[in-house]
Design a protein around this ligand. Sequence first.
Ligand SMILES: Cc1cc2nc3c(=O)[nH]c(=O)nc-3n(C[C@H](O)[C@H](O)[C@H](O)COP(=O)(O)OP(=O)(O)OC[C@H]3O[C@@H](n4cnc5c(N)ncnc54)[C@H](O)[C@@H]3O)c2cc1C
Length: 495
Amino acid sequence: MDYKYINNMLSKMDKDLATKGMSRREAMKLAGISGATFIMGGTSLEAMEKDQKEITKSGVNGRILIVGGGLAGMSTAARLTLNLTNPDITVIEPEKLSVSYQPGQTLVAAGIWDIDDIKYNRDDFVPEGTKLIEDRVIDFDPTNNRVTTAKGQVIEYDYLIVATGLQLDYERIEGLEHAGRAYSSGDNSRLHKAIGNDGICSIYTAEGAEKTWDEMQKAIEKAKNAKDGKKVQFLFTHPSTPIKCGGAPKKIMYLTNARLKEAGARENAELTFYPNGGAMFGVPEYHDAIHEQFKREGFKWHYRHNLIGVEKENKIAIFDAKWQEKGPYDPIMKDFEVISKHEKVRVPYDFIHITPDAVAPREVGESDIGSASGWVPVNKETLQHVKYNNVFAIGDIAQVPMGKTGGSVRKQYKVLVDNLIAQMEGKKLPSKYAGYTVCPLITDIGTVMLAEFDWTVKPTPSFPLDPLVERWVFWLMKVYALKPMTMYGMLSGKA
Ligand SMILES: Cc1cc2nc3c(=O)[nH]c(=O)nc-3n(C[C@H](O)[C@H](O)[C@H](O)COP(=O)(O)OP(=O)(O)OC[C@H]3O[C@@H](n4cnc5c(N)ncnc54)[C@H](O)[C@@H]3O)c2cc1C
């Protein structure tokens, strides 16, 4: 645990609190939680220590290969290292900054953090004794327990953990074909030539987040100088696939709104949300709360609109809009038929934030370990592959409902390690993932609604507070506590 880092973060938080005339103790009291719990983003230091004491190391042997050394892969390597007497772990990861803190990209995009606040060197997080191969897997051969890398290495394993995350599919959008598909980290220069200028932006890469802040400031300046009642158009999209952190497309909208208000330019701007789906959030309670927030902030929204094209030169976004109409009466079914309709809708924009389709990397999706949809098919509770008993998947690539957040990984990686070790020992898999996920929904600079839920599709708050209320104390947690919990708690296998 990097206590120096935590102390540094605490002194920053104290400065922020001092501007509000409040001490750290008073802030914690407000949250109704202990300081240590707050500082570790919902995991107390005591709970982490207890967890460590309860670990009984297993002496079982086996070559464990982890493909993907991002948040899920590296946290799992760390946890396995703590749980095995003779760990034999190899991680294959091509990118040097693979563990960079993606949830902070939203804050970078709104000028609250700098890009350097989220960049972390992978090599500082490789657990002692773990072998790192800097390469990309291009072929999975689960029948023969081996993978092949881009540099031509063939690596055999006894147990495989797939933790490749997902790809961002910008090339599907007509007019942005040249943007290609991007990974969250690594060389995305092709993407950044195509977007991050002319009012088009996307927070899904670190550099993309930085460019979003540039584009946002330009559009706000335009709003400040707008005349004759003409409003500057800000558009925010949400695609038809599952995405990382479902709240992120709305967080960037709320933050743009906050910056417009701060600049005194809100009246000259129109902010519109275009989701592919028919609701604000999958959990009805959070849907209702967001709906009220949208009304309060004067946002517009159009459900069932999927972004399919961008005409950069004319600044037009093209959506596939869907709706249903009542058809003829069916005397056999004794009801009216429902006819699905759709049409192309053209919308002018000054600023558009694009959330791209999220897809499985081709090398995974098109291999024997992928499913028809590309994601790795696992038992959603044990995270074991449905066909290959010695293969597990975790994080964004795993085919589990609602599981694409760092918060989900935090619950998944301990389950996976318990189950993998049991599998190695020839025992029944003991642990189950219950679908927990979390979205700290930033609703303004200074307020967050902490949306926590699981497969019950009900709010499952970790704190003794009404989960539907936007709170400053959760803003403090988002900005100061969740990063150290992730970087020094999870990535050391302890939180
Ligand atoms: C803008 C944004 C906001 C977010 N906000 C939140 C939030 O508020 N709260 C929250 O909990 N989560 C949030 N998340 C989501 C969270 O960051 C991810 O769910 C988490 O990083 C997933 O971890 P992962 O290890 O599965 O994927 P990643 O961290 O993306 O790592 C996957 C790794 O696999 C590597 N890889 C890919 N293919 C191969 C291959 N073929 N061979 C070898 N290696 C490969 C990649 O290089 C990458 O390093 C956010 C994400 C974004 C982008």
